[in-house]
Design a protein around this ligand. Structure first.
Ligand SMILES: *Cc1c(COP(=O)(O)O)cnc(C)c1O
Length: 456
């Protein structure tokens, strides 16, 4: 029940439909379906206004790490709230954003030295792109043609115009094409539907060889290459074969192209390492962080840079080398205090080590999905899992878009007490890192049953 007001549950449901336009949602469907209004959370559970309990199977869109209503994070935010909620980072510093920056640099790949704050994954990528561009404008005549960006097919880097320009998901991005800057594409390895029709490892990473050629060709023209390391999230949890990321890193270094890792989804333990870069010891020039940075409590993002890039912006004020960019809530104290506590909980609970056996268990349980007729491909890294549904397993023929299979699976799962959010026909399972074996099994059990009953 909604307390302390004369608005009842039915009113809330009705008012949502009347006033709220939901993100990534066909509102005609939304208006017809019953909406679920969340009122509170506890650990891995979400509760709606009627008191129904759901397992948060996608960590509230990939952000939640330590569970909901975590007392330590609550306490950290409350303590900060009693001091100050927000003061600007334009011309002033503040305590929590300073401490968080130091902590981020301590855990990030060793190449990174400076933290630029913003408030969403999209802005963190926008900042990376603008800095990379400006860096080469200021670096000298030799670099004057470095204006282009290289990105991967089916990439997702956010929803602002710059991040959409480097994005490559037709469904989301194609309509905006007239507004976007041109981007050079390399093929993201999608082994289940290999664009070269080859098989790993016999292919000898032919896709990497092709990417290397493109990177070398654009050596004089490209400022940076932006990529989601080890796994593409929004494209449908597409995992990279071992060795690909290292080859891309090497090619970027050899051709003086800045490597931007978009770790917005993969950062903060999701892939089983603190950052996905660690899987192949990648040393990026720029790294984008958001989603899990506050443990999933408040909006915040950070773009991390090397000392060398930072120094490229130093000069007399009248030289105009300043990075003239900053979002109003940059470095917000409440968000930063949640971020600090989240990192302290990683340390205190030895969380990265602790989840290793859970990750093996997750992988084992996911592999059982291969028995299901509709499960064409099952992919995972760490606690990020995707099950790609197909109409015909042998031919890999997908379902029709109008069948909305992914959407239907999610609705059925919700009836059975599990919240998931599909990516097209790929069912995503991405629980908070603190989920227990029992609840993880329950979550996967529901998803298994629902997928098993498709078409029945
Ligand atoms: C979610 C996501 C973004 C965008 O983050 P927002 O906070 O939604 O703007 C960017 N890149 C990747 C890889 C993401 O998963």
């Amino acid at each position: 029940m909604v307390k302390n007001s004369n608005i009842d549950n039915i009113d809330i449901e009705r008012m949502d439909k009347e006033f709220v336009w939901h993100p990534f949602t066909q509102m005609l469907d939304w208006e017809k379906e019953k909406n679920t209004v969340i009122e509170k959370g506890e650990g891995v559970y979400l509760y709606d206004i009627y008191g129904n309990k759901y397992i948060d199977g996608v960590s509230s869109l990939w952000v939640n790490i330590h569970g909901h209503n975590n007392k330590d994070i609550n306490e950290a935010v409350k303590n900060q709230l009693a001091k100050i909620s927000h003061s600007t980072l334009l011309g002033l510093a503040n305590v929590p954003s300073t401490i968080l920056a130091k902590k981020l640099i301590e855990i990030a790949p060793k190449s990174l030295a400076k933290v630029f704050y913003s408030d969403s994954g999209s802005t963190s990528v926008e900042i990376a792109i603008k800095v990379a561009f400006q860096y080469f404008r200021q670096k000298g005549a030799k670099y004057k043609n470095k204006k282009k960006f290289i990105a991967a097919t089916s990439a997702y880097h956010g929803d602002t115009i710059g991040s959409v320009s480097v994005g490559g998901i037709g469904l989301f991005h194609s309509i905006y094409k007239p507004l976007l800057f041109e981007t050079v594409r390399i093929i993201y390895p999608y082994c289940y539907r290999c664009p070269f029709d080859l098989n790993y490892p016999n292919c000898d990473l032919y896709c990497a060889k092709e990417a290397e050629k493109i990177i070398a060709y654009y050596s004089d023209q490209a400022a940076a290459l932006v990529i989601e390391p080890m796994i593409q999230g929004a494209a449908g949890m597409i995992t990279m074969p071992d060795g690909y990321m290292k080859r891309i890193e090497r090619a970027c270094k050899e051709n003086e192209i800045l490597l931007i890792l978009d770790e917005v989804a993969t950062g903060f333990g999701r892939t089983g390492k603190m950052f996905a870069a660690e899987h192949e010891d990648i040393k990026p020039d720029i790294m984008c962080l958001a989603k899990g940075i506050t443990g999933g409590y408040l909006p915040m993002a950070a773009t991390l840079f090397t000392e060398e890039i930072y120094e490229g912006f130093l000069g007399n004020y009248e030289d105009n080398k300043t990075f003239f960019h900053g979002h109003t809530y940059t470095g917000n104290q409440l968000a930063a205090s949640a971020g600090i506590m989240s990192l302290e909980l990683f340390e205190k609970n030895n969380l990265i080590n602790k989840i290793q056996p859970l990750i093996s268990h997750f992988k084992d349980r996911l592999s059982e999905f291969r028995n299901l007729d509709a499960a064409g491909n099952v992919r995972s890294i760490g606690l990020m899992g995707g099950i790609e549904l197909v109409r015909n397993k042998k031919t890999k023929k997908p379902f029709l878009q109008k069948d909305k299979i992914g959407h239907k699976v999610a609705l059925k799962a919700k009836e059975k007490g599990v919240i998931i959010r599909p990516l097209g026909d790929t069912i995503v399972v991405m629980p908070p890192l603190i989920i227990s074996y029992e609840i993880l099994d329950e979550l996967l059990g529901v998803v298994y049953d629902v997928i098993g009953n498709i078409g029945k």
